[in-house]
Design a protein. Structure first.
Ligand code: ASP
Length: 337
């Protein structure tokens, strides 16, 4: 990390949230309100996704278009074992992908456990726009994608297949092998999600979430990422939230919805994320010690905050003034990352 980045990361840490200049994003009709546009993403790889989204956001595209483009970048370009085409498969060696998209007016779409389709986020958007439904799963999601012009293609990379073979040789077919390897489930070494939130120059919010889910999960397992309210929630009146980590905890706590509702009650984004994390701990104190859960929030004023159970969570922020800046977050166990 260079000095500028370190300074900004430390400033964000001590403030608990990224401070926005007064009046920033407050007047969407101001032609200079381009400065009000901002995109944030989970993890350090969010930097690339943010850049892809920013190309659109900075030229006046809607937050919805921007987050779709950012998520598409992660699905095809990132090539990381936790998102999109390079993701690790489930315990049967099958790569299944989950994604959701939502705008601040409550329009949303999702796909879960979809196979052999390279841009689940765009399928999710089409579910939102072209069907009376919110979520399609498995074969039905794939059939819908193909009817919309997507082509089936085998996504499992030789590297992911090899990793799965190695895991299976050691794992006796247990989905939680990561715990045996003393790697905390939900940390970025074994599973992450690209969760992206954006506000556009008109003050509209949107979010996208895309993942291959927990590596070596049971076939048919669906995490939080495609579940509206768990892995993603957006409301123009308040703000938006997304999550990464062990999705079962987000589902149990309707976590992204919870973060948005806490912001509605007046919490700053970082405080809302912290309180939601505390809720996770209260529900399952023992389990919380050994798994990772991370929340990222953006309010309607463009303020950003994040919090995690354990140290190590990073997120990326991009706007007209700065790009590619990584901000460490606070955590319950381990303080600042
Ligand atoms: N939350 C995702 C899931 O549980 C994966 C992750 O972010 O680690 O499927």
């Amino acid at each position: 990390m260079n000095d500028r980045r370190r300074f900004l990361a430390q400033a964000a840490l001590s403030a608990g949230a990224l401070a926005i200049p007064r009046g920033w994003a407050s007047d969407p009709s101001d032609p200079r309100a381009d400065a009000g546009a901002r995109v944030v993403s989970t993890w350090d790889f969010g930097v690339g996704a943010n850049q892809a989204a920013w190309k659109h956001l900075s030229t006046g595209a809607s937050a919805l278009d921007a987050v779709e483009q950012g998520a598409r970048w992660a699905e095809s370009e990132l090539c990381n074992p936790t998102v999109g085409r390079c993701g690790n498969p489930d315990r049967d060696g099958v790569l299944t992908l989950d994604a959701s998209i939502m705008d601040g007016d409550g329009r949303c779409g999702a796909v879960a456990a979809i196979e052999d389709i390279d841009h689940p986020i765009s399928v999710a958007r089409l579910v939102m726009e072209k069907t009376p439904h919110v979520m399609l799963v498995g074969e039905g999601a794939q059939q819908f994608a193909m009817a919309q012009g997507f082509r089936k293609r085998r996504l499992l990379t030789p590297e992911a297949e090899q990793a799965w073979r190695e895991w299976r040789a050691r794992a006796e077919y247990q989905p939680q092998i990561n715990a045996e390897r003393s790697v905390r489930p939900g940390n970025k070494d074994n599973h992450d999600t690209l969760g992206m939130l954006a506000i556009d120059r008109n003050g509209r919010l949107a979010g996208a979430c895309t993942t291959s889910g927990m590596a070596w999960k049971m076939h048919g397992r669906v995490g939080d990422s495609p579940i509206v309210g768990a892995g993603l929630y957006v409301d123009n009146e308040v703000g938006a939230a997304t999550a990464s980590g062990v999705g079962e905890e987000m589902i149990r706590n309707a976590a992204s919805f919870l973060v948005v509702e806490l912001m509605r009650q007046g919490r700053a984004p970082a405080d809302a994320c912290r309180e939601a994390i505390e809720r996770v701990v209260r529900k399952r104190p023992e389990a919380s010690k050994s798994l990772q859960v991370c929340f990222l929030a953006l309010n309607r004023h463009g303020e950003v905050g994040a919090f995690a159970l354990h140290a190590g969570f990073e997120y990326a922020v991009c706007d007209a003034k700065k790009q590619d800046v990584l901000h460490a977050s606070g955590s319950i166990y381990g303080g600042g990352a």
